[in-house]
Design a protein around this ligand. Structure first.
Ligand SMILES: NC(=O)c1ccc[n+]([C@@H]2O[C@H](COP(=O)([O-])OP(=O)(O)OC[C@H]3O[C@@H](n4cnc5c(N)ncnc54)[C@H](OP(=O)(O)O)[C@@H]3O)[C@@H](O)[C@H]2O)c1
Length: 331
């Protein structure tokens, strides 16, 4: 089996650490693992396959001989260093930031949805936003079966979607301490904020914009999505309420059957016995969980659904490692 030289940029962050853990769990064949972060993390070590690996300061020549560079250090770092890794050192970059997602030359990939796009890269492949990933995993099989016309989505997003600082703010507030750094503009403990990322002049947030536009790039221009994104005081796992309207007629049982057979999806739908997806049960899992599947009687054909996935796993790290696995397999 061929072994690969891999770099993780942002290795000390929530996504970077999960990337290292997912590579180990899935037994990705690594020869050399290079862990990179800011100067603050020099001297730290992270275990991979039971061996401590030092964290180095991110510098261009760290990408020498690297085959795959997984980026999880924010948009500014990606914009500066992803081209260095890809163009100067010939690595294939899989980027978790929003830097390249709308770039025409950069495939935006969720392997369960548009795997073939992986092989059309010119050095950089983008991972979609976490809220988009879990939604399109569910929309794709439904679109293939019933033609999705329009989607109305509301999200209930965990604080880890905003990285370590989001996690720390919630835990400081719960412990009654003033947060060291404020990630959210208001208290998040015991609260919910209809505010994820910055706002544009039209009133939408950047997170809502990403869900609407990334879905089009991944699934085609004809899909219409409108979104409201909300931050809630949950530690890990984003939940989404989806109202989906179809061209073709279908029953809620047919929708359930299509989802049961789809890759990366687990149907948890027995509400009378308290069975439905929840962030706590999705935590550290790689699947997308779907439940509360019920017909929307206000349209000719449509359903309401409840979707939950671990934003750090399938929403970021697992999706990136799946892309790297496909590249390594060549299919
Ligand atoms: N969290 C999620 O659910 C999620 C989902 C999808 C996509 N993403 C994206 O993934 C990326 C990482 O998110 P995260 O949640 O893991 O953030 P995080 O927990 O805040 O971690 C940020 C990482 O970036 C590193 N970093 C920051 N500035 C750097 C610099 N100037 N040079 C080198 N390294 C630097 C940090 O290193 P130090 O520890 O040394 O500061 C840390 O390793 C972001 O682009 C985010 O939008 C996150």
């Amino acid at each position: 089996m061929k072994l690969h030289d891999v770099a993780v940029v942002g290795a000390t962050g929530l996504v970077g650490r999960a990337m290292v853990a997912v590579m180990e769990e899935r037994k990705f064949p690594v020869n050399r693992l290079v862990l990179l972060a800011s100067e603050r993390s020099v001297g730290h070590e992270i275990a991979f396959n039971s061996k401590p690996h030092p964290v180095h300061k991110l510098e261009p020549d760290r990408f020498k001989h690297i085959e795959y560079a997984l980026f999880a250090a924010g948009a500014t770092v990606s914009a500066t260093y992803a081209p260095v890794a890809a163009v100067k050192y010939g690595a294939i970059v899989i980027d978790n930031s929003s830097s390249f997602r709308q770039d025409e030359k950069v495939p935006l990939v969720v392997p369960e949805v548009n795997r073939k796009q992986i092989f059309k890269h010119s050095g950089i492949i983008a991972n979609p936003n976490c809220s988009t990933i879990q939604m399109v995993v569910v929309l794709k099989p439904l679109h293939d079966a019933f033609n999705v016309k329009r989607v109305v989505v509301s999200t209930y997003q965990s604080v880890t979607g905003a990285g370590k600082r989001g996690y720390d703010q919630l835990h400081d507030e719960l412990a009654g301490r003033p947060p060291k750094e404020k990630q959210f503009p208001h208290q998040i403990a015991f609260n919910s904020l209809p505010h994820v990322d910055i706002f544009f002049d039209d009133g939408y947030s950047k997170e809502e914009f990403k869900m609407m536009n990334e879905t089009k790039k991944i699934m085609g221009e004809n899909i219409r999505v409108t979104a409201t994104c909300v931050r809630i005081p949950v530690t890990g796992g984003h939940s989404e309420s989806l109202n989906v309207e179809f061209e073709k007629k279908c029953t809620s049982e047919e929708v359930r059957e299509v989802l049961r057979g789809a890759p990366g999806i687990v149907v948890q739908d027995d509400p009378k016995n308290n069975v439905y997806p929840m962030p706590l049960s999705a935590f550290e899992k790689d699947d997308v969980f779907v439940g509360r599947i019920r017909k929307d009687e206000t349209v000719k054909s449509g359903v309401n659904l409840w979707i939950v996935a671990d934003n750090v796993r399938k929403g970021a790290a697992t999706n990136a490692v799946q892309i790297m696995e496909a590249l390594a397999l060549g299919k």
